[in-house]
Write a protein of this length. Sequence first.
Length: 347
Amino acid sequence: MHSSRTGAAAMGSPPPHRLLLLLAVAAVLPRSAAAAEGVIRLPRGRACAAPTDPAAYDRPVIGIVSHPGDGAGGRVSNGTAASYIAASYVKFVESAGARVVPLIYNEPEERLLEKLSLVNGVLFTGGSVKSGPYFETIKKVFQYVLDKNDAGIPFPLFAQCLGFELVSMIVSKDNNILESFSATNQASTLQFPNYSSLEGSVFERFDPDLIKKLSTSCLVMQNHKYGISPKTLRENVALSSFFKILTTSPDENGEVYVSTVQANKYPITCTQWHPEKAIFEFGKQMIPHSEEAVQVTQNFANYFISQARKSQNRPPADKVLDNLIYNYSPTFIGKKSKSFDVVYIFS
Ligand SMILES: *[C@@H]1O[C@H](CO)[C@@H](O)[C@H](O)[C@H]1NC(C)=O
Ligand SMILES: *[C@@H]1O[C@H](CO)[C@@H](O)[C@H](O)[C@H]1NC(C)=O
C-alpha cells in the first residue's frame, strides 16, 4: 500500500511540498502488520464513539423548494399542480451528509412553515419561473432565512442559477434587475476579481491549485439566459451592501456576469452556475465531469452542509422521517429529456 502510494505520487509528479507530506504520512503510519495478515483488530471492550462537537449538529436536514412542472417539458406530467426537484440537487445535499425535505411550492402555507421547522437550511434550485405562486413561495422562504439568522439562529441558504436570480430580484426589490447573457449549455471558468473577498467563503477550503485551475479551465457548468453584471450589482445599493462578489465569468460573447456571491452578514451563498451537475447530470454534452470539476462540487456541498451543522434546530426524528424526500420515488427521465437524468415529481 505504501509503495503504491509513493509510486503513484512519483508518477503524478506532485509539487515537492506534497511529496514531502506524502512521505511524512507514510513514515508516521504504523506498518499495518494486522492488515498485512488479513486480520482486523478491533479495540476490546470499548465502543468507538465518533468525536462529538457540541457546537455541530451531525444530522442536518435541508429543505429544497420544488419548481413548477415535471422537469421534462410535460413529457411525464402535464398536471397544472405538478412540481419537481431534480434528484441531482438532492444527491448534492446527501453527498455532504445531509438529508432532504421537499418544500413543495404550492402546498398550503402551514405545511411550508411546518416543514421549515424541520430543516437546518434551504436550497433554491435552477429553473425558469420568475413570477406567480412560485416566486411568492421563494420570497417567503427567503424572508424566513433572514428572520432566523437575524434572531441569532444560523440557517444557511444556497441558491443556484434561477435561485440566485430570484434572490437578486428580492434583495434589490427590482424585478427588472436581471440582464441578458448567452450562457446556455456552456462550461466556463470562474474569475476571482478580489482574492481578499474569499476570506470566510467556500473558496477557503479550496486547494490553491484548484483555484488557479478554476480560473484557467472550464470546470463549471452554466445554463442561463439571464444574470447580473458586476457593474449593475455594485451600483445597486441594496445588492452591493448585501453581497460581496466572489467570482465572475464570461459568457459566449465575452460579456461578464457575476457567477458566485456570498452575503456579507448571512450564511447565504449563490451561484449562477450549477455545482450539482458535475457529479449527477449527464444529459447535456457541455457538463464538465473531470476529477477537478467533481472536487469543486464536493467543496461546495461540504461547505453548505458545514453551515447547516451550525444550526441549533433539533426537530423530532419521527416528524423528519414523515417528511423526508424518501417518502417519494424518483423518476428516470433521461431518455425523454436532456434537462435532467432523474427527478422527483410532486403532483
Ligand atoms: C403533455 O402535452 C403535450 C402537448 O400537448 C403532449 O405532447 C404530451 O404528450 C403531454 N404529456 C403527457 C404525459 O401526456
Ligand atoms: C476586496 O475584498 C475586501 C474584503 O471583502 C474588501 O474589504 C475590499 O474593499 C475589496 N476590494 C475591492 C477593490 O473591491
